[in-house]
Design a binder for this molecule. Structure first.
Ligand SMILES: N[C@@H](CCC(=O)N[C@@H](CS)C(=O)NCC(=O)O)C(=O)O
Length: 208
């Protein structure tokens, strides 16, 4: 069996998803770190692997996955026979899918964008991103996590892994996570989970 290859960058909450999942499942893999600031995700060589020029990409033999949540689904079904990380029950599976969708849209547009504005200086509306973050955190995450430890069912799933990165890193977007105590506790719960890899701080990966 060939070793899984993960093209990624530690600044990316998208890339954190398969990176954390591979480590959670104790799967050996090769890390290929591409530098956004050097345009390494836009070279002709990489565009052959992902014509979208985006990270992450996960390659397992002939399987090339160019989407972070697709990679989570694949890893959970292929390498977790216990089915903990992606339950088979139709309702639970649908609930997981719902949270995966939220992680790639609303979480990226709220907390992900607030952080992007602060650390990369991207010309976007910061107040709007913070407003979206507050609405999302209050109406969905705090509400769910008030009486539950995890986003779906009573154990962690890929729904938690997928939402974690940009939410944990929102403090780099100058949003105080402690103002959302249930989310703050969930972030710590995940970070304490065996073999879980926290979202790394951005500073070491930014241009000097
Ligand atoms: N649908 C993709 C989106 C990945 C994505 O947007 N990656 C960003 C980094 S966070 C990227 O590579 N952006 C560079 C670009 O689009 O040029 C996924 O979920 O993996």
């Amino acid at each position: 069996m060939s070793t899984i290859k993960l093209y990624f960058n530690p600044l990316s909450g998208h890339a954190h998803r398969p990176w954390a999942m591979l480590k959670l499942l104790n799967i050996e893999f090769e890390e290929v770190l591409l530098d956004f600031f050097k345009g390494e995700h836009k070279t002709p060589e990489f565009l052959k692997i992902n014509p979208l020029g985006q990270l992450p990409v996960m390659v397992d033999g002939d399987t090339v996955l160019r989407d972070s949540t697709a990679a989570l689904v694949y890893l959970a079904l292929q390498y977790d026979p216990s089915r903990q990380w992606l339950p088979v029950d139709p309702i639970r599976a649908a609930e997981v899918q719902q949270w995966l969708a939220i992680s790639t849209r609303e979480v990226f547009e709220g907390p992900g964008t607030a952080r992007m504005i602060k650390i990369f200086n991207v010309p976007r509306d910061y107040d709007e991103a913070v407003k979206k973050t507050d609405h999302l955190f209050t109406s969905l995450f705090e509400a769910r996590l008030k009486d539950n430890d995890w986003l779906v069912g009573d154990h962690p799933t890929i729904a938690d892994v997928s939402n974690y990165g940009y939410i944990a890193a929102v403090t780099e977007g100058d949003v105080d996570l402690k103002a959302y105590p249930n989310i703050y506790a969930w972030v710590k719960r995940l970070e304490d989970y065996p073999n879980f890899t926290s979202m790394p701080p951005a500073a070491p990966y930014l241009p000097k």
